[in-house]
Design a protein around this ligand. Sequence first.
Ligand code: ADP
Ligand code: MG
Length: 370
Amino acid sequence: MGSITVNNLVKYYDDVEALKGVDLNIEEGEFYALLGPSGCGKTTTMRCIAGFEDMTDGEIYIGGELVNQVPANRRDCGMVFQSYALFPHYNVFENVAYSLTIRDLYGSSPGQRIKSFARLMSRRLGKPTDAIYKKVMSILEYVELDHFADRGVSELSGGQQQRVALARALVMEPSVLLLDEPLSNLDKKLRNTMRATIRRMQQELGITTIFVTHDQEEAMSMADRIAVMKDGEIIQEASPTELYSKPKTPFVADFVGSSNIYKADSTQDEKGIKINDNFILLTRYSSTKSSERALIRPEGIEILKEKNDGDNIVEGQVTMSTYFGPLIRYDVDIGGVGITVEEDYTTGTPIYEEGDNIILYIPEERVVLI
Ligand code: ADP
Ligand code: MG
């Protein structure tokens, strides 16, 4: 019912090509993250799916139905905007009931529509019928705001407003939920709580969800699958673990975590990569020739107490030492090239200071060629 397929979605704003042929296949019940930097086209993609934006080219299917010609109010999508877009002069109940009323408005004749709209604008929303009342209250209960039903939304905290926006999207029982950076206006602590809340609701309701974010941690911790977007295109689509361990391009590698990326210079007689004068042996690769870059995650590098005769040992000097509580990060100079190393910190772990010599071991299985 709630699968989403996007084929070759192209969107121009005048001569700005915001989307250059986006393809997405989202399964029913999936929690799917669209991850990318500001301006890459995430909101445009969502607005096209929801039907708020005319598309230049392409096809969008919701639940197997081609919806290109279907207006927004009949697309069976609930959407939450980054700014929440609540009606500031309405109370909590009215904000949530509004979507139900609007659906009725669109479904009815123009005369009825004007009448009920006038009623709405006079802040009365009529006397809500029992059905509407029950429905709205049950969804408010669900987001734990039922006791705030008659409070003005401007008197709510950011997190509460966010929940009103979510309730407003969910009250329609849409088969698809589109969340556009819903947590970016919240402080860090609340953001973590809301992540869990949204994920729990999504699982309980089994609702197909696209979650837009520019925050890789948010995408990694919440989504079943992630599509990384850049300049109006999807660069890679994968599960969080695959995205992290097998990024397809340096951009993806860098966007989903910190990474050391080197040119994969292979020599004639040995398989491996050269990082300046250091040679990292890579026996498990049949060839390093076809790859252009080698990626090494900071936590994949080990710090040795003393040097041994093994392969892939690199000596360097600490240029910066940063303590983060559960981990320590070192920026290390290895013969004119930088490498970043992260080590778990527990009581007693020695901390290297700027200027200290340090011995690193780079296990070949932690090197990813891209
Ligand atoms: P994101 O949500 O990833 O930050 P957007 O989808 O908002 O990106 O924007 C993608 C590109 O389209 C940007 O270059 C942006 O400036 C442009 N854009 C977005 N909306 C409009 C608009 N209404 N008119 C003109 N250009 C727009
Ligand atoms: Mg946006």
